[in-house]
Design a protein around this ligand. Structure first.
Ligand SMILES: O=C(O)CCC(=O)C(=O)O
Length: 644
């Protein structure tokens, strides 16, 4: 029998409560800058879920395979609204909470514990089912409970495949369904010492969910590569066999120019030995640190668990394994490349005559962090940044290719908004968001009239090594082995990187250590490392330290003979030259005040507090960028980070 259409008479009190609720809702919407006219709640008649053959009707088909069926909000205009309000699923599923936008709703849900979320909230309504399965909610629950101590990741029990209809007609997505709820369930049972083995969660696709918040974060992770993203090669490239130390130093380090050295690491044992199984076995019992700019906390993973995570991660900004202690924890991994590096790339040997890896003079414990093992799933990577402490770096992909985009020192990439002193940077929260939002603006920059201000791009393959000069902005996307962009290609991407100071950047490093103390990184969380306040003086001391060797004794004699009664250390001359250079100013435009930068000149607001001016600049640049960029469904979300 159809439910009665007769309206119930409301008491005076009920009317007052209703009016108060409406008033509060209107004020809340206005406060959020939204339209205050609240659509009516559906009548009880509309509350009936319409199911045809087990699949809900009334919406339009899934466009992009969001596991829970969410579509961009704009699709709501295509809905036949003759029967129901087009956003009926949301309104009926949230009741008075519908005054919140989806971001606010997720914020509130982030306070809910796992059992209440899984056992209560997601069962309340279809909309809450989708919201309560937002991948990041489950990730944050896991990280808060077990991030620091480590947690297990279940095997991906279901083979990748198309969404499938169950016997009851409900559409279940095995594919691309994420993993954090499964990780939560497994570790929850373990912590309760339960012998229960939770089944893999199977998302149900819901029709009638229109949400940029849910859709955008999925889109920013599951995009297919556009061929044009990978096709440009403008980084200078030299075959390893043709590169001499002299050419590298004079034409690339001295001129601070990126260089792709083809085949430079092809002789490294790591190239032949490293695969997931080898890494798992070699690192057994050790854990590795992985972080994401979007996650509240870091996570400790064993290699086995991280490899499983790489196979199933679907969140927008996946946790990226960036481990600085791999060499001490697993010396075998160091042996797999360190000796071979000295032979294949003598310009990066720490014994080199020209003065390479000078921070090494501080000693392994006292120097700032300098080498990392980098592992991530496909589509993971590094958002735009400049390397720490004015260092140069090399980066060698061992498994899987990497796509690189460089912007020259002093030229800020589109979508990136540093504060005038460089202490903070606002930028899109994920690589996907940057590519989907700022690609067209980037393409325009390729034809900047001043060629020195154009970006450079390349793809580095296993076997190649890339030289990353100091002060260059760079973004790195792990693109696996095929250009197909298939979401099923989910293996780990593995790389090695080292950052260094040599004769060519020493003057900038000294100037940086003297003048940008709060941007010094790589030492603050290690008490044995030299801390920012002392780093400049300790580094100078190390450079002018006299080596007690025959050479020093001979030099002493020589100096005495020529009337200069002082000892000279091996690098004293280098230091003196660098000090003189540093006094003159920056050798590299990256650290000159961003306010003076000419390319992206943004009108400075007078009398604006420093911190708020970052946001002002971000908003202003966003408007400028969006005027130059074709619209996507994604809005630019910015976040701020400080150097650690
Ligand atoms: O491999 C990557 O993700 C890039 C690493 C990087 O840019 C860096 O270490 O500075």
């Amino acid at each position: 029998m159809p439910p009665s259409k007769k309206r119930q008479r409301l008491s005076q009190r009920q009317i007052r409560v209703r009016d108060l609720e409406r008033d509060a809702a209107r004020r809340s919407l206005n406060a959020n800058g939204m339209n205050g006219s609240l659509p009516p709640l559906p009548s009880s008649e509309e509350d009936d879920v319409q199911i045809e053959n087990g699949v809900e009707s009334g919406g339009i088909g899934t466009l992009f395979g969001h596991p829970y069926g969410a579509l961009p909000y704009g699709n709501i205009h295509l809905v036949d609204s003759s029967k129901n309000h087009p956003d009926y699923v949301r309104h009926s599923g949230l009741g008075n909470l519908r005054v919140l936008n989806d971001e606010q709703l997720l914020e509130i849900l982030s306070f809910v514990d796992g059992p209440s979320l899984a056992g209560g909230i997601v069962n309340c309504s279809r909309f809450l089912y989708v919201a309560g399965h937002h991948e990041e909610l489950w990730r944050d629950l896991v990280l808060r409970l077990w991030g620091e101590i480590g947690f297990d990741v279940p095997d991906k029990t279901h083979a990748d495949g198309e969404a499938e209809k169950q016997s009851d007609g409900v559409q279940v997505n095995h594919n691309n369904s994420g993993c954090w709820k499964d990780i939560y369930a497994l570790n929850h049972c373990k912590s309760k010492k339960s012998s229960h083995h939770p089944e893999k969660h199977k998302p149900v696709s819901i029709q009638g969910i229109y949400s940029d918040t849910f859709f955008r974060s999925w889109l920013c992770r599951s995009f297919a590569y556009h061929p044009s993203w990978l096709s440009t090669h403008t980084v200078q490239t030299i075959d390893h066999s043709k590169l001499t130390t002299k050419v590298f130093l004079e034409q690339f380090e001295e001129t601070n120019t990126p260089l792709l050295i083809k085949g430079a690491s092809s002789s490294w044992p790591a190239l032949k030995k490293w695969n997931a199984q080898y890494l798992i076995e070699t690192t057994r019992g050790k854990s590795f640190r992985a972080t994401s700019g979007a996650a509240p906390l870091p996570a400790q993973f064993t290699m086995d668990n991280y490899s499983k995570y790489c196979k199933s991660a679907t969140e927008e900004a996946p946790l990226y394994l960036f481990d600085r202690t791999f060499a001490a924890k697993c010396p075998q991994l160091l042996d797999d490349f360190d000796g071979a590096l000295k032979e294949s790339c003598p310009f990066w040997s720490c014994d080199a005559e020209h003065g390479h890896d000078l921070f090494g003079l501080l000693g392994e414990e006292r120097r700032p962090d300098h080498q990392w093992l980098i592992i991530g799933p496909k589509r993971s990577g590094s958002c735009f940044h400049i390397d720490p402490n004015c260092t140069h770096a090399w980066n060698a992909p061992i498994i899987g290719r990497k796509r690189w985009i460089f912007y020259p020192p002093g030229v800020t990439p589109p979508g990136v908004h540093p504060s005038p002193d460089g202490d903070d940077v606002c930028m899109p929260i994920s690589l996907g968001e940057w590519f989907l939002t700022f690609w067209d603006a980037h393409v325009e920059r390729r034809s900047h009239p001043d060629v020195r201000k154009r970006p450079l791009e390349c793809t580095a393959c296993p076997g190649d090594v890339l030289f990353v000069p100091h002060g260059w902005w760079h973004l790195v996307l792990n693109i696996g082995d095929s250009d197909s962009g298939s979401f099923n290609d989910k293996g780990m991407s593995v790389a090695l990187t080292r950052n260094y100071v040599s004769a060519s950047n020493l003057s900038d490093v000294l100037r940086f250590l003297d003048t940008r103390k709060n941007q010094i990184s790589g030492c603050r969380d290690r008490h044995e490392a030299v801390q920012p306040d002392e780093l400049a003086s300790e580094f100078r001391k190390a450079l002018s330290h006299v080596e007690h060797c025959q050479q020093a004794a001979d030099e002493e004699k020589k100096d005495c003979d020529s009337g200069h009664a002082r000892l000279k250390g091996r690098w004293t001359e280098l230091l003196e030259m660098a000090e003189a250079e540093a006094k003159k100013g920056w050798g590299c435009a990256a650290w000159t005040d961003i306010a003076q930068e000419s390319f992206c000149s943004i009108p400075e607001k007078k009398n604006v507090e420093h911190k708020s001016s970052i946001l002002e600049r971000a908003k202003l640049q966003q408007t400028m960028d969006s005027n130059n960029t074709s619209a996507t469904s994604s809005s630019c979300e910015v976040f701020t980070f400080s150097f650690l």
